[in-house]
Design a protein around this ligand. Structure first.
Ligand code: SD4
Length: 313
């Protein structure tokens, strides 16, 4: 039987890994362990530019959250997108998986489903997140002096920057003692996104894909670029075809760079991580992301920097 392992995106992924490893040590299945890890980050409002409550809102100042999860044993999955006022959206995605015949619920309807399921409505803003939003929108501070908003480019992503200072997605992948894989992705999405915008994170196959027969993969970065190439499913299919998690993540970065390059965008600003059933780990990112990820085996948790893949690789 393999040694349990958990990997998670970005430095705040360390607390996800710690919580998930505790759950795995108690014999919990990979999916529940990954959910415990994701929830530990959702609950931490102290980290600037982190996941969930207290993080950066959309252009109207509203914080809307996206999440999904997938069980590698059964391919069961659930997701929610654009949900306001609900803190534990990864747990809500699990209810969608368990209690409905559907995979994805969105917006107000997802919030109503949450209320029916007993989730409390909460205020997701902190004093810091409101101040930061006002600082980014100086026109709202100076009465009568309206400044034009920077337009979002028609290609969807060329003015969006994701790097070590601007990220808000935790993707957690776990392997349990029985050799099953589970994964969870939870996010507040890109800072100052257009209202209603949904990225890759709650899209099964884009932000996350988990199949015991192939491997587990997850993403972070500019969601539009990740959706465009079906990033996580692409990686899982590469692993199914015999590539290592590392090779598969590097291939996904190359594909993302090539796809972005066809629209004149360099680099794609995406990052991927992957885990197979033997406990092999992979991670790669496009240039200028400075993508770091946490890896937990036993009681040891390490923060590693992913290999960066340039447009010409
Ligand atoms: C999104 N992929 O909404 C997310 C953003 C992200 O670190 O990963 N930020 O597009």
């Amino acid at each position: 039987m393999p040694e349990p392992i958990t990997i998670a995106t970005w430095p705040f992924g360390r607390s996800a890994v710690q919580a998930a490893m505790k759950a795995l040590a108690k014999g919990e299945p990979a999916l529940d362990a990954a959910l415990a890890g994701a929830q530990a980050v959702e609950d931490d409002t102290s980290i600037r530019n982190s996941v969930g409550f207290g993080s950066l809102p959309d252009r109207l100042g509203r914080l809307t959250l996206d999440a999904c999860l997938m069980d590698g044993r059964t391919l069961a999955c659930g997701a929610v997108a654009c949900v306001e006022h609900i803190r534990h959206v990864a747990a809500l995605a699990k209810r969608v998986m368990e209690k409905t015949p559907h995979v994805l619920l969105v917006g107000e309807a997802a919030k109503w489903f949450a209320l029916q399921q007993g989730f409390p409505l909460e205020v997701p803003y902190t004093a810091e997140s409101i101040k930061e939003w006002l600082d980014a929108h100086p026109d709202l501070k100076k009465k009568g002096e309206k400044q034009p908003e920077k337009p979002i480019a028609a290609d969807g992503a060329s003015d969006i920057n994701v790097n070590e200072f601007n990220h808000d997605t935790v993707t957690v992948l776990s392997l349990d003692a029985k050799g099953h894989l589970g994964g969870v992705c939870t996010t507040s999405g890109l800072a100052y996104k257009l209202p209603g915008r949904v990225g890759d994170s709650p899209i099964i196959g884009a932000g996350l894909y988990v199949d015991d027969e192939a491997g587990a993969a997850g993403a972070t970065g500019v969601g539009e670029e990740i959706i465009r190439i079906g990033g996580s499913l692409f990686i899982a299919e590469q692993m199914r075809g015999g590539k290592s998690p590392q090779e598969a993540c590097e291939l996904a970065c190359k594909r993302a760079n090539a796809a972005a390059g066809r629209r004149g965008v360099h680099p794609a600003r995406v990052a991927f991580l992957a885990l197979d059933r033997k406990g092999n780990v992979g991670a790669a990112a496009t240039e200028k992301t400075n993508f770091q990820y946490a890896v937990g085996r036993g009681e040891k948790v390490e923060l590693l920097k992913a290999k960066e893949i340039g447009p010409t690789a």
